[in-house]
Every structure is written in C-alpha cells, then in structure tokens.
Write a protein that binds this ligand. Structure first.
Ligand code: KG4
Ligand code: ZN
Length: 388
C-alpha cells in the first residue's frame, strides 16, 4: 500500500510517500519513496517561537512544491494531465477557500501533472497549532477529492511513537507494555500502551512542555530559536571543558509521588538569575545552560524510570523534538543500565526525532490497514487532540 503523509502541525511543512506491507509485527516492511521537508525555524527566529499565522501562510505557500518534490523523488510525477471538470474545480476552490494561494498553486500543478499511484492520504489532524493543522487537513481533502483517495486522520503523537518503533525499514522487535516518553515543543507526556492503537496518558506536564522550556531559556540566555539544539550545543561545550557551575537550579517535582512534570518554575528560576547577573560571561552562560539541561534531563529520567517500574514496561520509546537531545538520550540509557533494567530502549535517530511526514505516513499506514478511514466532510483539525 502506498501512503502519502502530510504534516503541518507546527513549523515544519512536510510531505512523504511510502510503500508499506504487512501487519503491525515482524512481517511489516516499508520503503520511503519520496520525502520533502521545509523547516520554517529561521523565519520564526525573530519571534523567539512559532508565530501561528506566519506558519499557516508558509504551509499554504509550500505544500504544492513539497508534494511535487516528494512525487518526483518517487518517480510519480507524470506529465500526463487530465482535464479537470468545472464542478470539481469549484469543489476544490470551496475546500481551499481559506488558502487561496494553495488553490492557485494546486491548479497549476493539476494543469501539468496527472494522478500518481497512491492508495491513501494520511494527514496530521492534531494536536498542534490549529490554523496550521487546517492547512494540511484542507490540502488532504482537496487531494482526496481530486484523486479519489481515502484519508486517514493521524494523531501527531502516534506518529512520533510509530517512527520511534522503526529499525531501518522494519518494525523493531518489541514487546508491550510500551511506555512512551513524548517530549516536544508542545508536549511532555508519559504514555502507556498495552496494544497497538490503545494509549493511556499516565503523566504529563502541568505547565510548559520540555521543548518550550528549552526554547524560552535559550531566549533568556540570548541564544537563537529553536533553543533546544543551541542549549545542547553550549551545554556540551561546558561539559567537555569542565566549565565551573556558578548557579544551581531546582529539579521541579522530582520527589513528588506522581508521574507529572512542571517546567515553568525552572524557566522563572533561570530568568531571575539572568536578571540578577546581566554581565554573565559566555562561559558562565554555557555552564548555566548545562545546569538547565541537567535539571530537565534529571526530572525526565527519574519519572520515566519510575513509570517503567510501576507499569512493568518492556519497551521504552522516546519521541518528539527533545528526544534529539544527546544528553537526555545518554542519561536515559545509563539510568536503565545502572538499574539493570532489561526494558528495550528505542529512540529515533536525531534527524528523525523532530517533525516530519514519514512518521505520519507510517502511523497512517497502520490505521489504513485496519480500514480506519476518515469521512472527509467530518474531518476537522483539533489542536488539543488527545491520544486515547
Ligand atoms: O517534535 P518537534 O519537532 O515539534 C513539536 O511537535 O513541538 O519538537 C520541537 C522542539 C523544540 O522545542 C526544540 O527546541 C526541541 O524540540 N529540540 C531540542 C533539540 N532539538 C530539538 N531540545 C533539546 N535538545 C535538542 N537537541
Ligand atoms: Zn512533534
């Protein structure tokens, strides 16, 4: 089955085409036929975070180009256009009435290229920034109408989990129960899964997400957006050069008897220290960034280990942008080893940890195999979509 994945939940616009076979088990295998991604991070840098209306416009501006690139890589860009009946054109225009630029570009595409060989369209419909999600959802509806294809509505967080479960082009052999630590710009959650497609959120942040904390603290330290990779870079320098730590930060909620997190106090503590020491040197800032990274990693790992123990998890999956963080990855691995815990740890390679459309196509494939298609007229974007 060939699945076209579309991702527009935040500031990455992405389109991916995969060919997959088999069930959710050892017989599963996939091939990535085409993959195109445009990160808007540079554009949002001036705002110190994602500016939703700008992100929405950029998604609308780039989707057709990314679709073209992904299809070209897949050898599915056929210069054999079919003429579009006037009534279909009217329907497409109505579907994309809020994205007129996307409609215009799609018309140009349709005039040049024919139908690719695809079996279904998988699109992120939540969680994320709702105006952004709508662009992807409306685009999926338009392509579904145009090419007469079913749509699968994908939960972005399930996408992160599915991608983390891959080992090359196959599913990594693993056993339920599975515990997922999902750490991104919008989420920090511990999710328990006892079978495919069934989830229970057993812990979550009560305020800021881990990635959000990285981004905000980076801004306080004068580092560019997105802050996660920047904090990680300077913290690594501080570790390698044994830069002395001048300021200590709390480990919020680490000793509380629950699986929840809180990161906003950590950000406030950083702000107070930065304000009290306006002339911090670069080395001091680097050592401080390290202390912040240590604090976040300490609480993430403590609660994850506690969750693994209390639910007897056999597999740990880490997903979301913050799972690209080398320190978090290493510390979690070490903590499991120190405990002699035999649970299998699965983390995607750093370049696949952040948002992409491959993860949406993969999650979409497993849902499509179970014929879980959406009715296009009922399909809506839901910024607060939950995993359940
Ligand atoms: O999953 P993702 O790409 O988008 C969301 O769904 O939010 O995650 C983006 C987040 C940003 O907050 C970014 O700063 C953080 O992931 N991030 C990192 C690293 N790389 C990305 N945080 C810490 N260390 C990193 N190396
Ligand atoms: Zn994400």
């Amino acid at each position: 089955m060939r699945v076209l994945g579309i991702e527009t939940s935040c500031d990455e616009t992405a389109v991916s085409l995969i060919e997959a076979d088999g069930t959710f088990g050892v017989d599963f295998a996939f091939k990535q036929l085409g993959n195109a991604l445009y990160s808007q991070a540079k554009l949002h840098e001036q705002y110190g975070g994602v500016f939703p209306n700008l992100a929405k416009r950029e998604h609308a501006k780039n989707l057709v180009l990314l679709l073209t690139q992904a299809l070209q890589q897949a050898g599915e860009l056929h210069e054999t256009p079919v003429s579009l009946p006037e009534e279909v054109k009217t329907q497409l225009e109505a579907l994309l009435s809020r994205e007129p630029e996307l409609f215009e570009q799609l018309m140009v595409f349709i005039a040049a290229y024919g139908r690719p060989v695809i079996d279904c369209i998988a699109v992120t419909h939540g969680p994320g920034l709702e105006p952004c999600l709508w662009v992807g959802v409306n685009f999926a509806k338009a392509l579904s109408l145009l090419w007469n294809l079913p749509i699968v509505a994908v939960n972005h967080m399930e996408g992160h989990i599915m991608l983390s479960l891959m080992e090359g082009t196959k599913l990594s052999p693993f056993e339920f129960p599975l515990l997922a630590l999902l750490i991104s710009g919008g989420h920090t959650e511990l999710v328990l899964s006892k079978e495919f497609g069934q989830y229970e959120v057993v812990g979550k942040t009560r305020d800021d997400a881990a990635g959000e904390a990285f981004d905000k603290v980076a801004r306080l330290l004068g580092l560019p957006y997105p802050g996660g990779p920047e904090i990680s870079r300077v913290a690594t320098t501080a570790r390698n050069h044994h830069l002395e730590k001048k300021f200590a930060l709390p480990r919020p909620m680490i000793h509380e008897d629950n699986l929840d997190f809180s990161f906003s106090g950590l950000k406030t503590a950083v702000r107070k220290i930065v304000e009290a020491h306006p002339d911090m040197s670069m080395d001091e800032k680097a050592a401080f960034a390290r202390e912040f990274e240590d604090a976040v990693a300490d609480v993430l790992i403590e609660k994850t280990i506690r969750a693994i123990d209390s639910f007897g998890a056999n597999t740990i999956v880490v997903g979301g942008g913050v799972s690209a963080n080398a320190h978090v990855r290493e510390q979690l691995k070490r903590a499991l080893e120190d405990e002699g815990n035999p649970a299998k740890l699965l983390i995607p390679p750093p370049d696949l940890a952040t948002d992409n459309a491959l993860m949406i196509a993969l999650a979409g494939y497993f849902r499509a195999s179970k014929k879980e298609f959406a009715n296009p007229s009922d399909l809506v974007a839901n910024g607060n979509l939950k995993l359940c």
